[in-house]
Design a protein around this ligand. Sequence first.
Ligand SMILES: Nc1ncnc2c1ncn2[C@@H]1O[C@H](COP(=O)(O)OP(=O)(O)OP(=O)(O)O)[C@@H](O)[C@H]1O
Length: 640
Amino acid sequence: MSAEEPTALEPSEGGSMWRLYAAYGRENTGSAVLGTVMALVARGTGLVPALLLGLAIDAVLLDTRPFSLPLVPDAWMPPAAAGQLRVTVAVIVGATLLGAVASYLGSYGWNRFAQTVQHDLRTDAYEHLQAQDRAFFDSSRTGELLAVLNNDVNQLESFLTDGVNSGLRIVALVVGVGLVMLALNPWLALVSLTAVPVLVLFTAAFVRNIQPKYAAMRESVGDLNARLENNVGGIEVIKTEGAETYETERVRAASQSYYDTNWDAIRTRITFFPALSLISGLSFALTFAVGAFWVLNGPPTPFSGTVTAGAFVTFMLYTQQFIWPLAQFGQIVNSYQRARASSDRVYAVLEAEPGVREADEPVALPSVAGRVEYDDVTFSYDPEDAETPPVLRGVSFEVSPGDTVGIVGPTGSGKSTLVKLLVRLYDPEGGAVRIDGHDVRDVSIADLRRAVGYVAQEPFLFYGTVRENIAYGTFDADDDAIETAAHRAAAHEFVENLPEGYETMVGERGVKLSGGQRQRVALARTFLKEPEILVLDEATSHVDTETEAIIQRSLRDLATDRTTVAIAHRLSTVKDADTVMVLEGGRVVEQGTHRELLAENGLYANLWRVQAGDFEDLPDSFFEAAIARRAAIEGGGESD
Ligand SMILES: Nc1ncnc2c1ncn2[C@@H]1O[C@H](COP(=O)(O)OP(=O)(O)OP(=O)(O)O)[C@@H](O)[C@H]1O
């Protein structure tokens, strides 16, 4: 899919990020409150040492004012200097200890809150994603969906821990320091605080400047990842085509583009901190110059009042304390913007409505007789595309319980699509598919999927053992049942010969097994499930003739007394079916038993001749139709 094509995942700007946090953090509000209160306490205690130092300098060392502490009666204060110094040290140590505990509890509360939000949000988003229908996944990019569940959810978490938490600390610090300084000496406080608006304006300008650079960087890292992912996936083609140099060059180009955009952002970023140092240094120097002059000579014009040596030291320490946290402000704004964009993408997943949905009052089907009925079924993958004809058009047929129907037809005629409607991977646009007289859209989805065993054309195995893959869906099956199923799918012998037997890891997507072996493991899965209705989408397409014969025998056994819908390219596999349906261009063009269809001497009879290698007897019209069909399929147009 090209980057320009619309995807199923359109970011939704409808929901507020804060609502997301509130919804997923609801059960953990206690942690957030603990985090907030403790962060404030930690900052509050951080103000104490500088204040005490100033007091000790004035009251103990210089003896210019009485030793008294706010909220503590003066009568409790020791009269001698030594005692006063001991109190000073004790209060500083006490405040530092309290600050350490509060800081731990603050981080504990916020991290706990953020991790719970992350965990619940990811699980919930996954559940929503899983509930989407096939059409949603058809038009989504895998990397994009994974990025929502990983990066975007992480982004929302990191804004909570780093953004909100640091933001709170900064506000507490700046407000606390500002208030104490204003109380000590409003004029000198104004001198120190002039740095605040300068820092805020400077940071805002920095954020505005670096934003587009970060965006370019993210785009180039996305391109680089996509290239790497593609190349690792296509490594076999790269090697067999001898395209290593070509691919190395393409990776080099993508990496270079990442290098360039990253370097551009780095250049801006590394000027930020030295510039901040400069502003804070200037502010420090200004406060020092004004304060020192004031201590020595009294208030410089236009100021009034006194500044003691102790208050001066307190001021200098505070000025240093609040500049650096302000520097984090830029990161917080940045993290906020990223979290906002992430929340839009997470909302897109949470708000996506699947087209295939459970009925409001689903019909329970605890047991199924197995009558299958297609009634005038029409289906398009993209109903809005008026130019492409529907993939299925007015398809009607019935299968009695226990019967086998074979579906044959040229490639692209709609065979796989037809059976996918039975398990509701998609819903028809017109008409209905019924099981035992119930429209499948009215039946409980869980009951429907339990009743129908579906072996796909390209069976998918999960990363895990052979045993786990066979028992997938029948999770409570015991070892005997699993082995019996493997026997019936002609898989037991090869599984026994694997290094670890049933415990052998099959690799990602089952890559360590051959196509035929994968197919037999998937068949064993269906044998184990014992469904009432069996859907086989070319279940023997990957196996050799001998194995096919063995599987066919097993399938006949499985199909006995079970409604079976079997798609086959090799017509011999449906020769004994009760009915064979021939599809062409999404329509049923012939229908009957093998013998009847041969006698009819139409498309089926011709396909049969092809497979028998009997080309001489094929009429020219067959070749003309085949060529026209190929042209239509490859050109994406109508096939008849
Ligand atoms: N997910 C999809 N999105 C859009 N179009 C699709 C999708 N799957 C199949 N099609 C189109 O629908 C048509 C029928 O495909 P389908 O897989 O049902 O054919 P088939 O008869 O099973 O073919 P084959 O014998 O090659 O497996 C084809 O033109 C195909 O390109």
